[in-house]
Design a protein around this ligand. Structure first.
Ligand code: NAD
Ligand SMILES: O=C[C@H](O)CS(=O)(=O)O
Length: 484
């Protein structure tokens, strides 16, 4: 049993229209600790009819919520931020129990998640429109921004708090209501956020967390004409399905999808800095982030030195239960994730790659895998083409800028990319040539609430965070006044 300072943060019911509700299917989804296999909690499986009722209630709530001033809405968001911050330790414990990441990372994610609420509690007061100089003397032209309406969010298991607030905060700040359907593996963190939204005084029906079969609830959220916006974070293949389901009702969409990030080490890079950046970008959340480095391209002239330094640094990582002191890598989310890591490693070794460190499961539990470094990896291997979503760093060689840019761009994904160089003209040339939504230059960590997060190509579209993020939940209205 989790030891929480605020035990009522751990819920086994869904949260809708300001009420804690059971599912009318009579069934529940159990939530297990990926490190120990222990039962952490359970959540109800709601029905399609219940989901339709939640949508109707969210529509009613939206019509009142949008009439508050931005200042009034943002004051409530600020209270939510303060409550999350005050309960960060408990939320982190719940997150580590259901997702597995080390407590230090979980605490960091809670702060990151809260920062989106803080940011949009400020941005919400600055949704400025335009006054346009009229081309004719008898008219006055004005553009105003308006909340788009009832919104839905479908979110992944790897960031159980931040992927929710990165959507709910701008939606609520804009004057929308929001229905979140979190991943089956990690609903408890989302429900803890709902406890605190309720305590902050966010009105009933404005923020809702529903649980149940993804296809059943997702089927209602994507097809209801009441839902005007869907924000999805997850795999590209599911994003395509949801986009198709939304098309008959022409919803506004944000798609934050899969990645295949290149990490390029040029011959003039600071190798120690590049190793630190590679560790941060590759092994965060055991490699289970959409912006994790998936391929490392190292110039021939520094390949051996970098490989040796990286393997040594990876050997310092401590794998274990995320609640243990000093653990820097927890378990993967489930056995399927471990199987995919093994498949990528076996494929690479069968085609000529070498293991510099790791490469095996650990006898700590079903989902633990060694942080791994592979050398002599080539573009024809699975690990070059698919998102590994695990703690494996495959090293590729290159000898020219043109060659590595071509290899780095040789993917249908376009989310994050990284490179290390101290040559300013190369920095600009490479940054402009990389076909990605985000480029980390001499850093492996790029995510924060103030910058636009998102991808291109098959990594999706739309931006989250930054001053761009709130526009995803607003529409423009043009007012043309004649007879002046
Ligand atoms: N771009 C980003 O910001 C970002 C962030 C996190 C994760 N991701 C991506 O997400 C993937 C890993 O997360 P995941 O395994 O949860 O992804 P996933 O696509 O399998 O699931 C994401 C969410 O969609 C739900 N879902 C799945 N099929 C559905 C359907 N048919 N109808 C309705 N809902 C459905 C799942 O239950 C989950 O809640 C990786 O590809 C990762 O790159 C992207
Ligand atoms: O994996 C998804 C998250 O968006 C990663 S990050 O914490 O925002 O970089």
């Amino acid at each position: 049993m989790l030891s929480l300072a605020k035990p009522d943060l751990l819920r086994n019911q869904a949260y809708a229209n300001g009420q804690w509700i059971d599912g009318d299917t009579g069934e529940a989804t159990e939530v297990f600790n990926p490190a120990t296999g222990e039962l952490v909690g359970s959540v109800p499986k709601m029905s399609a009819a219940q989901t339709q009722a939640v949508i109707a209630q969210a529509d009613t709530a939206y019509r009142s919520w949008k009439k508050l001033t931005a200042k009034e809405r943002c004051a409530l968001l600020r209270k939510w931020f303060d409550l999350i911050t005050a309960n960060a330790d408990d939320i982190a414990k719940i997150m580590t129990a259901e997702q597995g990441k080390p407590l230090t990372e979980a605490k960091g994610e809670v702060g990151y998640a809260a920062s989106f609420i803080e940011w949009f509690s400020e941005e919400g007061k600055r949704t400025y429109g335009d006054v346009i100089p009229s081309p004719t003397g008898d008219k006055r032209l004005v553009v105003v921004k308006e909340p788009i309406g009832v919104c839905a969010a479908i979110t992944p298991w790897n960031f159980p708090a931040a992927m929710i607030t990165r959507k709910a905060a701008p939606a609520l700040a804009a004057g929308c209501s929001m229905i979140v359907r979190p991943a089956d593996a990690t609903p408890l963190t989302a429900l803890a956020l709902a406890v605190l939204a309720d305590e902050a005084g966010i009105p009933a029906g404005v923020f809702n967390v529903i649980t149940g079969k993804s296809r059943v609830l997702g089927g209602e959220l994507t097809t209801s004409p009441v839902i005007k916006k869907l924000s999805f974070t997850g795999s590209t293949e599911v994003g395509r399905v949801l986009m198709e389901q939304c098309s008959p009702t022409l919803k506004k969409l944000s798609m934050e999808l899969g990645g295949n990030a290149p990490f390029i080490v040029f011959e003039d890079a600071d190798l120690d800095a590049a190793v630190a950046g590679a560790i941060a970008s590759k092994y965060r959340n055991a490699g289970q982030t959409c912006v994790c480095t998936n391929r490392l391209y190292v110039h021939d002239k520094v390949y051996d030195a970098f490989a040796e330094k990286l393997a040594k640094a990876v050997g310092q990582l401590k794998v274990g239960n995320g609640t243990e002191e000093g653990v820097t890598q927890g378990p993967l989310i489930d056995n399927a994730a471990v199987n995919k890591v093994e498949e990528h490693i076996e494929d690479a070794l069968s085609k000529g790659a070498r293991t510099l460190f790791g490469g095996k499961r650990l006898p700590l539990g079903d989902n633990f895998f060694e942080p791994t470094v592979l050398a002599d990896v080539t573009q024809d291997m699975l690990i070059a083409r698919e998102e590994t979503f695990g703690p494996v760093a495959p090293l590729f060689r290159f000898s020219s800028d043109d060659e590595v840019i071509q290899m780095a761009n040789d993917t249908e994904f376009g989310l994050a990319s990284y490179f290390y160089s101290k040559d300013i003209s190369r920095v600009w040339r490479v940054a402009e040539a990389l076909e990605y939504g985000m480029v980390g230059i001499n850093t492996g960590i790029i995510s924060n609430e103030v910058a636009p997060f998102g991808g291109v190509k098959q990594s999706g579209f739309g931006r989250e965070g930054s001053h761009y993020g709130i526009d995803e939940y607003m529409s423009l209205k043009y007012l043309c006044m004649g007879e002046i």
